[in-house]
Write a new protein. Structure first.
Length: 238
């Protein structure tokens, strides 16, 4: 019987945890694979020591991710899907500064500068939480006293991978609302843009039709009309 995992969360170090379970329990490979979020062939490779490197096992009981009682249930019933006792520390964390990979940390000042220049309504505290930086760094960039300010380039933190577009949009909306900034679209401007787009598409269709007709008659296609009068004449000829 196939085992369906009851939750998508896996141990913090799935391969090392699988190695420990293989060496220290009588759980079925399928149970271990389901619990660790791995393929059963990976568990087989760990058991046969055919993996490229010998893994050092990680005790899930000591880490608090699994209990001995849960292991016993699995050993007594091969169809039982063992469950995490608690989420891994890295995934349970909900407060504190945002974690940023080392390779991206050097991009933080550029992201901060972009937010400061493009969204002055966003506070230092909000920038700190969004990008995962300190208020001291933000203040230094604001007053241009940052040690590397001369080399900074404002770059979108979403593009840099420092935050998600969804988080950025939500923060901008909340900050604008708090600052009393109207972010509703300019309907007049949208209407003008739409009219211009319709006119452009009409001109393109007229030009394409004229070119097709000229080609069919063996004639050289007339230049594409560029003014409203020329487009009207072309339409009249059509």
């Amino acid at each position: 019987m196939a085992i369906t995992p009851n939750r998508p969360v896996t141990p913090l170090m799935p391969h090392a945890t699988a190695a420990w379970l293989v060496d220290n329990t009588a759980l079925a490979f399928e149970q271990i694979a389901t619990f660790c979020g791995l393929h059963i062939l990976e568990i087989q490779a760990i058991a046969d020591d055919t993996a490229q490197t010998k893994l050092t096992g990680r005790d899930p009981i000591r880490s608090g991710e699994l209990t001995q009682d849960e292991i016993d249930k699995g050993q007594n019933n091969p169809d039982y899907a063992i469950k995490l006792s608690r989420m891994p520390e890295q995934q349970r964390r909900t407060s504190g500064p945002r974690y940023t990979p080392v390779s991206k940390r050097q991009d933080k000042p550029d992201g901060i500068l972009w937010v400061i220049k493009n969204h002055p309504e966003i506070t230092d505290n909000q920038i700190s939480k969004l990008i995962g930086t300190t208020k001291t760094t933000i203040a230094a960039i604001r007053d241009k006293s940052h040690w590397n300010y001369a080399n900074l380039q404002p770059r979108d933190p979403v593009t840099l991978g420092l935050t998600s577009q969804r988080e950025m949009d939500a923060l901008v909306s909340a900050a604008a609302k708090k600052a009393g900034i109207d972010t509703s679209p300019d309907l007049g401007k949208l209407g003008e843009d739409r009219a211009a787009l319709v006119a452009e598409l009409q001109a393109e269709r007229i030009a394409a039709a004229a070119a097709a007709e000229a080609a069919a008659n063996g004639e050289e296609a007339r230049p594409e009309p560029t003014t409203a009068l020329e487009r009207g004449e072309a339409l009249f000829r059509k």
